[in-house]
Design a protein around this ligand. Structure first.
Ligand code: FAD
Length: 524
């Protein structure tokens, strides 16, 4: 089929990074690819805590940068941390101007939550746990009104189109009621804003669409991927049999909620001086250890919040209701679940990837801000900062904008979707072998399983995108023979001294790691 040409900038995804970038590209024409109805299906709308920003005069961007560097366990790019935290305030003011009703005190100052590993209460929030939903509601309204943005809803990207050494466009397919054959769209530039990869794991807090597909398609096109091994596991996903697992925000611990086990012991007190507010990776491993020892870890909000949880944390209260739990009288059962991918498409300070014509922002990107462990609520901040930087860089790289016609997709026949049984196997393999605690054997076995899953449906691009991302995560984890931040190896439990660095891999390099490891293990 002949490609469809457009002079619009093509944005893959429709979460916070995508929508903010699209607005900042005005008046340049944009085509946004949104698999779900605009504003739905993105992690952004599920964010509970809020956005980290030093808004209090007693706080500072420098202190925020220091906390970011400390949380990242030695491999945060300090310049990136300095510049991102310095921009935080203006983005909060901008979001406020765009209609986000952040919680304010009677004197107009922003109400701030305290989250783990922050030295100050510096997370701006909306009605307790409604930050993501309200930010996305405000932005979606603006995007719907904007003349320069066309949104293709019910459409997803399946492959990046590279022509003469640069990214020329993207293959897209309809995804409502199955998946159609794909058609190539060629645009002025391509911006990836397709989110993270938490849903590649069986136990996750991420929406069902967020399964590393967009990182995978960038890798399949040859883009360099950074820090793939660093996946953050959230310690307080609700263990109530729901997939995805609903999140009980860290802000609850900021309000004094405690972690207990079936004997009522506060196990974090012995584990870390900051107890429940220790860095997220430490709490996640402690919760995982309790689960593995059948000690039924739980979040107890009763004394700290009582019935206030119902009004102050409506998303958590609603998830409890769906799970048949009453948080006012019962502790909430919890487990550590894949939550945030620090790794992603390697970008420079302007969001440019290693491929000409391809930019990336939001969780799909790896900018060097998070290192081995993201500081709580720096995810939305990074999406805002790099969403705008990408928009400015793309605008500068292109000739002056011209009027663009609306793009219409032809009717396309339906085609094979990923076999759900293979996707289930892939997700279980990732949780079992590449989860909170990894080792050479579990990683090698998982890489072999990923290869078998891939070979079972080799023509399904959507599955290949997921297996590419999974291969990168497991190969990078196998290559890093130490424990650092969120990456914990039981066979290399120590952190190497100074001089450890971020990791950079192409898919070809990850496959070579996989082949070397799995061939060595094959019986002779
Ligand atoms: C439950 C939860 C709570 C969180 N709480 C916080 C918090 O309080 N503070 C914070 O800073 N961070 C939080 N995070 C992390 C934060 O929400 C994400 O890092 C951030 O929203 C990522 O934004 P994004 O725009 O990059 O991706 P997303 O918002 O995930 O958007 C990705 C978009 O890409 C689309 N997409 C996916 N695949 C394709 C495809 N093949 N083709 C086209 N489009 C595709 C999706 O449909 C979606 O529209 C939380 C995450 C979760 C899951």
């Amino acid at each position: 089929m002949t490609p469809i040409d457009t002079s619009r900038v093509i944005i893959i995804g429709a979460g916070l990074a995508a929508q903010y970038a699209a607005l900042k590209l005005a008046p340049r024409p944009v085509l946004m690819i949104s698999p779900e109805a605009l504003g739905e299906g993105a992690s952004s709308a599920w964010a509970q805590g809020g956005v980290a920003a030093a808004m209090d005069p007693a706080d500072s961007a420098d202190a925020h940068a220091r906390d970011t560097v400390a949380a990242g366990a030695g491999i945060v790019n300090r310049q990136v941390a300095q510049s991102v935290t310095a921009e935080a305030r203006e983005h909060i003011l901008d979001l406020t101007g765009l209609g986000t009703p952040f919680d304010r005190a009677t004197d107009g100052t922003y109400v701030m939550s305290r989250e783990a590993a922050h030295s100050f209460a510096r997370v701006v929030r909306v009605r307790g746990d409604q930050a993501g939903a309200e930010i996305m509601r405000a932005l979606t309204q603006q995007v719907r009104k904007a003349d320069h943005i066309q949104v293709l809803e019910g459409v997803m990207a399946t492959r990046i189109d590279v022509s003469e050494g640069r990214v020329a466009g993207v293959a897209v397919a309809r995804c409502t009621g199955g998946q159609s054959e794909s058609v190539i769209l060629r645009g002025a530039a391509v911006l990836l804003a397709g989110g993270g990869s938490g849903g590649l794991f069986a136990l996750t807090t991420n929406p069902p669409r967020i399964r590393g597909q967009v990182i995978g398609m960038a890798a399949r096109a040859g883009a360099q991927i950074a820090d793939a091994e660093f996946v953050q596991f959230h310690p307080t996903a609700m263990a109530c049999g729901l997939d995805p697992a609903p999140l009980a925000t860290e802000a609850l611990r900021g309000e004094g909620a405690v972690l207990i086990n079936r004997h009522g012991e506060r196990f974090m007190v012995a584990a870390h001086p900051e107890a429940e507010l220790a860095p997220r990776d430490i709490v996640a491993r402690a919760v995982y250890a309790q689960t593995s020892a059948s000690l039924a870890p739980a979040l107890d909000t009763r004394a700290a919040l009582g019935a206030k949880i119902l009004t102050d944390f409506p998303a958590v209260a609603d998830a409890c209701r769906r799970a048949g739990l009453d948080p006012v009288t019962q502790p909430i059962p919890i487990a550590a679940a894949a939550h945030y991918h620090m790794g992603g498409v390697a970008t420079d300070a302007a969001g440019q990837s290693s491929l000409a014509g391809l930019w990336a922002c939001g969780e799909v990107a790896s900018t060097g801000l998070h290192g081995a462990n993201r500081l709580a609520s720096n995810g939305l901040l990074e999406a805002l900062v790099y969403g705008r930087r990408c928009a400015l860089a793309i605008d500068e790289a292109l000739p002056a904008p011209v009027q663009a016609r609306q793009v219409t997709l032809p009717d396309l026949p339906m085609t094979d979707t990923p076999d759900p049984a293979l996707v289930t196997q892939l997700r279980q393999a990732m949780t079992d072998g590449v989860g909170v605690i990894r080792n050479a054997e579990s990683l090698t076995d998982t890489l072999a399983q990923i290869a078998r899953i891939e070979a079972a449906q080799p023509d399904c691009e959507t599955l290949l995108n997921m297996t590419a991302a999974a291969t990168l995560i497991a190969s990078a984890a196998l290559k890093r023979r130490e424990s650092r931040g969120a990456h914990f190896r039981s066979d290399f439990p120590n952190t190497k001294g100074e001089g450890s660095e971020r990791s950079f891999l192409t898919l070809a390099e990850a496959l070579a790691i996989r082949d070397a490891a799995t061939i060595q293990k094959e019986p002779v």
